[in-house]
Design a protein around this ligand. Structure first.
Ligand code: HEM
Length: 504
C-alpha cells in the first residue's frame, strides 16, 4: 500500500473514531432524557446526577427538594433515573410490607469494605436474603414488649448526664453547648444499651477517640457519593484499590470489637455483665442458630451505633430547639409536667409508663419527627420488573423512586396550611385527623424496612425530655431563626447554647 493511501486510511479511521466519540455521549444523554421524559424536573437533572450531588454537597438538599416539589408537583425528576414522590398517599406503595421494592445503589455506598470484600449490614443491604438472615433472629429484641427491660440502661445514662450537667454547668454557672451534650448523651446511651458500656463521651466531656467525627465524616461521604454510586465503585469499593489500602477499623468498630471480645471471655461473663443488654441477646441468638455467620455479631452491634446515635441526637436537639424558640409551647409542656407531678406523681428519671400519659409531650415528640426528620434524603427504592404506576404516571422497571420525609411532612392537604411551622397542637385534634397525619409520617421510614430501633429511640426521647425539664430551667443564650441543628463538625458550634439552673 502506498504511503499516501495508508495515511488517508488512517485519517479516515481517526475521523470515524472522532465522530463516534462525539455521538456516543449525545446518544447516552438523549437516552437518559428519554426514559423519564414525562416527569417534570430541573433541566440539567434530566441528563446528569450532578445537580443532585451538588444539592447534598451544599447541605441544603432537603430545602431544594421541598422547593422543587412546590414548583413541579407530586412527581419530580431529580436525576436521569431518579423520581422523587411527594404525595403521602403513595407511601404504602413504595414502602410495602410484602414483596417490598429493593433498596437502590445509594445504600451500597453505606456498606463498609474490608480486605477487598463488601461487609453486609442490616440497614443497607440490598439483598433481601441477607436482610432476612440478619433480621429474623433479633427482630423481637427491638419489640415494644421488650422495651421496659431496656429502661435501666437509659436511667443510668440519664443519671450520669445530669451529674455532668450539674458539675460542669450548674455549679459554675457556665454556658452549656447543649447541642453537643445531647449528642454525647445519644451516643453514650446507645453504647450502654448495646454493650452495658458507655462510649465515654459524657464522663470525658469530649469525643473519645474521634468516634463521632469519624462517623460524621463517613455520613458526609455516603450522602454525597450516594447520589452517584459509581464513584464509590470506582474508588472505595474497587476490589483492587481497596486491597492496596492499609486494613484498619474505624474507632467505632474497634470499640465494638473490643466489647465483643471481652464478653466472649468466659471469666468476664461470670464476673459482671448484665445479661439483658443487646450484645448478650445477640450472642444468645447466635448460640441458638449456629448457621448464623460470625460477622453478623458486628453487623448487629455496629448498626445500633451507626443507625441509632446521630439520629436520636438530631431528634433531641429538634425538640429542645423548637421548645426554646417557641416559649409558649415550652410553658405548656412544663404545665403538663407540673400537673402530672402533683396528681399522679412523676419519678426521676420519668418512667416510660409515666411518659405515655403525657399527651402534650407526645404531641411535641411527633411534631419534632415531622418538622425535622433526622434522615434528610430520599429513602430510595428500585421500581420492580414490569414497572409501576405512581401518582398516575408509569415508571419503568429499574427507575429509582423515593420519598424524602422533609417533603412529605410538609404536605398541606394532610398537615395543614401551617405545615412549615412548629405547632404541637396539631397532634391534639380529632382522632381521624391524627390518624391521617400519623399514616403520613416517614420519620422512621415505612413498610418492610422500617426502623428497627424506633421504640428504643422513643424510649430514650420520652424519658429524657420530661426528666430534663423536671430537673432544669434552660435559658437560651443565642436564639435566632438561623439556628442549624444538623451536625456540622466543621462549624465550631451547634448554636444551642444555654444556661442551666436547677428547677425549683
Ligand atoms: C430518632 C431516631 C431514629 C430515626 C429517625 C431512625 C430512622 C430510620 C429510618 C428512616 C430507617 C429506614 C431507612 C430506609 O428505609 O432506608 C431506619 C432503619 C433502621 N434503623 Fe433507625 N432510626 C432511629 C433510631 C434507631 C435506633 C436507636 C436504632 C437501633 C438501636 C436503629 C436501627 C435501625 C435499623 C437496624 C434499621 C434497618 C432496618 C431494616 O432495614 O430492616 N434506628 N431508621
Amino acid at each position: 500500500m502506498a504511503l499516501n493511501e495508508l495515511i488517508s486510511t488512517a485519517t479516515g479511521a481517526g475521523n470515524h473514531f472522532l465522530i463516534l466519540a462525539s455521538i456516543c455521549p449525545i446518544i447516552f444523554l438523549l437516552h437518559n432524557w428519554f426514559k423519564l421524559r414525562h416527569i417534570p424536573g430541573p433541566f440539567l437533572a434530566k441528563f446528569t446526577n450532578i445537580p443532585r450531588l451538588s444539592w447534598v454537597w451544599s447541605r441544603r438538599a432537603h430545602d431544594v427538594h421541598i422547593a422543587l416539589h412546590k414548583q413541579h408537583g407530586d412527581l419530580v425528576r431529580m436525576g436521569p433515573n431518579m423520581v422523587s414522590v411527594g404525595d403521602p398517599l403513595e407511601i404504602d406503595k413504595i414502602y410495602k410490607l410484602r414483596e417490598p421494592l429493593n433498596k437502590s445503589d445509594f445504600y451500597h455506598v453505606i456498606l463498609p469494605m474490608s480486605k477487598g470484600k463488601v461487609l453486609p449490614g442490616l440497614f443497607a443491604t440490598q439483598d433481601e436474603g441477607i436482610h432476612r438472615m440478619l433480621k429474623k433472629p433479633i427482630a423481637s429484641t427491638y419489640s415494644m414488649t421488650n422495651l421496659v427491660s431496656f429502661e435501666p440502661f437509659v436511667d443510668e445514662t440519664i443519671e450520669v448526664f445530669f451529674g455532668q450537667l450539674d458539675r460542669r454547668f450548674v455549679e459554675g454557672g457556665r454556658a452549656c453547648d447543649f447541642g453537643t451534650w445531647l449528642q454525647y448523651f445519644a451516643f453514650d446511651v446507645v453504647g450502654e444499651l448495646t454493650f452495658s458500656s458507655r462510649l465515654g463521651f459524657l464522663e470525658g466531656g469530649r469525643d473519645i477517640d474521634n468516634i463521632m467525627l469519624d462517623i460524621w465524616n463517613w455520613f458526609e461521604y455516603v450522602a454525597v457519593v450516594g447520589m452517584m454510586p459509581w464513584l464509590d465503585y470506582l474508588w472505595v469499593k474497587n476490589p483492587i484499590i481497596s486491597r492496596l489500602r492499609p486494613a484498619g477499623y474505624s474507632p467505632m468498630v474497634s470499640f465494638a470489637l473490643k466489647r465483643q471480645q471481652e464478653r466472649l471471655e468466659p471469666l468476664y461473663i461470670e464476673k459482671e455483665v448484665n445479661n439483658k443488654d443487646f450484645l448478650s441477646r445477640f450472642i444468645a441468638a447466635m448460640e441458638k442458630d449456629p448457621s448464623i455467620p460470625q460477622w453478623a455479631l458486628l453487623a448487629w452491634t455496629s448498626s445500633n451505633i451507626l443507625a441509632g446515635s446521630d439520629t436520636t441526637a438530631i431528634f433531641l436537639r429538634t425538640i429542645f430547639k423548637n421548645l426554646l424558640q417557641n416559649p409558649q409551647t415550652l410553658e405548656r409542656l412544663r404545665a403538663e409536667l407540673r400537673e402530672a407531678s402533683q396528681t399522679t406523681g412523676l419519678s426521676m428519671p420519668v418512667t416510660w409508663k409515666e411518659s405515655q400519659s403525657l399527651p402534650y409531650l407526645d404531641a411535641c415528640v411527633k411534631e419534632a419527627g415531622r418538622i425535622h426528620p433526622p434522615f434528610g434524603l430520599h429513602l430510595e427504592r428500585v421500581v420492580p420488573l414490569g414497572g409501576m404506576n405512581v401518582c398516575g404516571e408509569y415508571l419503568r422497571e429499574g427507575t429509582s423512586v423515593g420519598m424524602n420525609a422533609w417533603v412529605v411532612h410538609r404536605n398541606r392537604a394532610v398537615f395543614g396550611e401551617d405545615a412549615d411551622e412548629w405547632r404541637p397542637e396539631r397532634w391534639l385534634g380529632p382522632e381521624e385527623q391524627r390518624k391521617k397525619m400519623e399514616a403520613s409520617l416517614l420519620t422512621f421510614g415505612g413498610g418492610h424496612r422500617t426502623c428497627l430501633g424506633k421504640h428504643i429511640s422513643l424510649l430514650e426521647i420520652y424519658k429524657l425530655v420530661p426528666s430534663l425539664l423536671q430537673e432544669y430551667d434552660l435559658e437560651p443564650l443565642s436564639l435566632d431563626k438561623t439556628w442549624r441543628i444538623e451536625n456540622r463538625w466543621f462549624v465550631p458550634q451547634f448554636g444551642l447554647n444555654v444556661k442551666l439552673k436547677k428547677a425549683n
